[in-house]
Design a protein around this ligand. Structure first.
Ligand SMILES: Cc1cc2nc3c(=O)[nH]c(=O)nc-3n(C[C@H](O)[C@H](O)[C@H](O)COP(=O)(O)OP(=O)(O)OC[C@H]3O[C@@H](n4cnc5c(N)ncnc54)[C@H](O)[C@@H]3O)c2cc1C
Length: 490
């Protein structure tokens, strides 16, 4: 270390992804002297290699699929031609359009001092960056995560693509194998299939999207198959034989034996591991749990002056949560308040077609005695879905014993948007009656959610005691109405 930066920062943020950017801007807005250290590009995974490029790629793929299937609605498009170079220009253009919001200039405009460099903790109140000591009153660790490469013999040597490197592809892969059937694997698998690759998805679990409602996962599987994807669930990769950039062969085991699956390009999407190595966390007194920074409900680490947010923590890995937690940790740190993280109404979306959007309590596990009640409205009963020929979906609500909405899953076009209403309901403890009493515009996919709620109310009205009381009231009104009409005094 050669010198010391004279400022002791109120909040020193390490990492300029979503959690770091939102945390730094929050602290600066609150009047704290704030610095952010980023070793690569501000914007993080979401902007450069995650949400933004994947959604741009999916958008192009979706246009191709719509054109191919338009004949079902009486419109035929000539043969669909995919210009992969142009698709990737669209992807890069999307990043370029969003990038200014996350840029060092935008951070400086917000009052954040930006330092380019690699930060390492040197003690409980300082880091080293570019050979200089930088001191802090409070720090926020927001160093995110990287794609995980599972310990399959030969896999590292085969130099597979990951979500970090797939964006460097210059030509559309011929035969693409995607290892991993979680959100990232199915999104990228569907996108490449629709753009023209021959895609196989390998998933060791018995089904795709193991964390989602099985009915939702089944609809995604069926959609992938329609797109020409070969879905190999219950298949574990046991060996890979290939060279970086070249074709190769994966040996897979489905429990009854092994077989070989060839590929031109291999993409690994089996999860992400935290970027905590080399951060000097021992020196800072910050403890880890399986590589993730341990945090309490206020997002404080085991060093009470250091906080953490985003993919570096054990919380679910979403940009929206990284942002919320970045802001929460920063305000707790600089104001000394004790706001707690609450993920009961945390929404999540898999942006396949159909989309899968879910929040709160699980909509399945119906086999347990205490499983909460669910109510489902299929999109085959939703007029908008019928009009668009998109009936492969549903809206499902989970209800507590007192009728409160405690979770939900929506599958279908723009399911993420329909989920917003359920998220609000879960967050504020609303009931199905509350939702049913709100007027919904017709015809929208939101009718699925509304009609599921209405069916709960209708079910209640059909209960024998209520039905008896209603029938008696109507009969009384009939008698009353048969009296001679009187003029109103108004
Ligand atoms: C393909 C893909 C698609 C995704 N799609 C979605 C989606 O649709 N919706 C969604 O909500 N989430 C999505 N995600 C997840 C989302 O990208 C992450 O949850 C989010 O980016 C996490 O933000 P973060 O700030 O915690 O970390 P990052 O964005 O990873 O930022 C961490 C930053 O810290 C920097 N850094 C690391 N170590 C140091 C150091 N020692 N010194 C200085 N700087 C350092 C890194 O360079 C990086 O810029 C997707 C992820 C992938 C891979």
């Amino acid at each position: 270390m050669t010198s010391t930066d004279r400022t002791t920062w109120d909040l020193l943020v390490i990492g300029g992804g979503t959690a770091g950017i939102v945390g730094a801007k929050t602290a600066a807005r609150l009047g704290a002297r704030t610095a952010l250290i980023e070793r690569d590009r501000t914007g993080g995974d979401c902007l450069w290699t995650g949400c933004v490029p994947s959604k741009a790629l999916l958008a192009a793929a979706s246009r191709a699929a719509e054109a191919r299937h338009a004949a079902a609605l009486g419109v035929s498009a000539p043969a669909v031609n995919v210009d992969f170079a142009a698709v990737m220009r669209h992807v890069r253009g999307t990043i370029a359009a969003i990038e200014p919001l996350d840029s060092p200039a935008a951070l400086r405009d917000a009052g954040v001092h930006v330092i380019a460099g690699d930060a390492t903790f040197t003690g409980t109140d300082s880091v080293e960056v570019n050979g200089k000591r930088v001191a802090f009153h409070h720090a926020l660790i927001a160093t995110g995560g990287s794609p995980d490469i599972p310990p399959v013999p030969g896999l590292v040597e085969a130099g597979p693509l990951t979500s970090d490197t797939v964006w460097e592809l210059e030509a559309l892969p011929g035969a693409l194998v995607v290892m991993g059937g979680g959100s990232i694997g199915v999104e990228l698998g569907q996108a490449f299939a629709r753009l023209g690759s021959r895609v196989r998805i390998l998933e060791a679990a018995p089904r795709l999207l193991p964390r989602e409602d099985p009915d939702a996962a089944e609809l995604v599987r069926a959609a992938l198959v329609r797109d020409g994807v070969e879905v190999l669930t219950g298949h574990r990769a046991v060996a890979v034989d290939g060279t970086p950039g070249g074709p190769g062969v994966i040996t897979v085991d489905d429990g009854s034996g092994t077989r070989e699956v060839g590929y031109d390009v291999l993409l690994v999407a089996v999860g992400r591991r935290p970027r905590s190595e080399g951060l000097g966390l021992d020196a800072a007194g910050v403890e880890l749990d399986r590589g993730f920074v341990t945090v309490d409900a206020q997002l404080r680490t085991t060093n009470t002056r250091i906080w953490a947010a985003g993919d570096i923590t054990p919380h679910p890995q979403f940009t929206h949560l990284a942002g919320v937690h970045g802001s929460l940790a920063a305000s707790n740190a600089v104001l000394g308040v004790r706001r707690k993280s609450d993920v009961t109404a945390l929404p999540r979306v898999t942006f396949t077609d159909p989309e899968v959007a879910a929040v709160g309590a699980a909509t399945w596990e119906q086999d347990t005695a205490n499983a909460p009640r669910t109510v489902t409205r299929e999109h085959a009963e939703v007029d908008r879905a019928i009009a668009e020929g998109r009936t492969d979906g549903f809206a499902r609500l989970v209800l507590s014993s007192r009728g409160r909405i405690i979770g939900g899953t929506v599958v279908g076009p723009r399911a993420g948007e329909s989920l917003a209403e359920i998220t609000l309901a879960v967050r504020h403890g609303l009931t199905a009656t509350d939702l049913a009493a709100s007027t919904h515009p017709y015809p929208t996919y939101g009718d699925g959610v509304a009609n599921a709620a209405i069916s709960v109310v209708q079910g209640r009205l059909a209960a024998p005691a209520v039905h008896f009381a209603m029938t008696a009231l109507v009969a009384l009104r009939r008698v009353w109405a048969s009296r001679p009409v009187r003029r109103s005094s108004r």
